[in-house]
Design a protein around this ligand. Sequence first.
Ligand SMILES: NC(=O)c1ccc[n+]([C@@H]2O[C@H](COP(=O)([O-])OP(=O)(O)OC[C@H]3O[C@@H](n4cnc5c(N)ncnc54)[C@H](OP(=O)(O)O)[C@@H]3O)[C@@H](O)[C@H]2O)c1
Length: 354
Amino acid sequence: MASSTQNKGTILVTGGGGYVGGQIIREALASGFHVRVTARSASSAARSIARFPSHADRLLTAVIPDMTVLESYADAFADGAVTGIVHAASPFVLAPEDNVRDLLEPAVKGATAVLEAALRYGGGKVKRVVATSSFAAVVDLTKGKRPGYTYDEKDWNPMTWDEAARADGVTAYCASKALAERAMWDWVGAHAGQVSFGLATICPPWVFGPYADELRSTTRGLSESVKLLDGIIDSDAVPGFDFGGYADVREVAAAHVRALEVPAAAGRRFLVGQDFRYQAAVDIARETVPALKDRLPVGRPGEWEDAYRIDGSLATRVLGLKYGTLRDAVTDTYVQLLKAREIEAEATTAAGGR
Ligand SMILES: NC(=O)c1ccc[n+]([C@@H]2O[C@H](COP(=O)([O-])OP(=O)(O)OC[C@H]3O[C@@H](n4cnc5c(N)ncnc54)[C@H](OP(=O)(O)O)[C@@H]3O)[C@@H](O)[C@H]2O)c1
């Protein structure tokens, strides 16, 4: 991992044990930040740190058993070191048992609790809060594929809490992201003049690309988006259109870290992503990952269904973000997944032989 010798101060990262959070930590460390990772338990905090063995001296943890409870953040700010926050933690489940309990409440209350904590415990030192929102907070699901339309930062998923409470899981997840992001902007608006920090939000569509650390021995607990690509292996059909966009997890991480530093990022949301179709991903992987040539459905090679477009150019103009290619995102995801499956299979064989 490329590393900076600079010390840009300490940032608090929630959700650092996750897929996107891990890449944010990697990027922040590489760019010169010290990182305090929050986790729900001491054991998961230890796991988060263990992902970055060469940076142990610049990684700290804070155990926050319930991110919706303001008081649980006190220790994380106690030494007065935190100057920035990345709030990436949010329930990412697409088949919740209870929409309100499993998605809406933790997402929305967690989002405002972290802002409240920065105000109450931050000692006026926190300068920027960057939240991981989503294209789910941007897209209007009721409009469908919407050919000819281009989504950008002006757009909002209009779903209400009550609608989300009785919706299907995917719709409720999307609403949880929209309601959480709105709650953050509303909170910042209501506390103007009291806070030392500006808010920026990053809104990626499906995120693909590799985990920051190797998946090592397991593909269990994959983020929903990586699970989607994993699920195409040995399946019969190329998935149909759902969300027409993707972002490479490495550019999502870079966007977060740039948004911590770029003065003009304060007060803005950034749609970070490019157009996407599953068929394009499959076409690429069948060509770039030989081991998958006969394990991915063929579908209709070259077909690109007409639908809305995604304009992620504000992130380039304001944050200086450079987008990579779908080819790299898809190839690197599958190469890592295949490696993990191989290690898993070897472990199963070894266990069977004992
Ligand atoms: N992957 C995508 O396609 C995508 C796209 C757009 C936006 N996002 C957003 O990116 C963020 C990270 O997602 P991911 O893809 O990295 O998924 P992930 O690997 O499942 O990570 C989710 C993270 O959020 C934490 N979390 C979930 N519910 C929590 C709760 N109730 N209290 C405290 N922490 C909680 C998890 O903590 P534990 O480790 O303790 O479980 C984990 O660290 C989320 O905000 C998600 O909405 C993801």
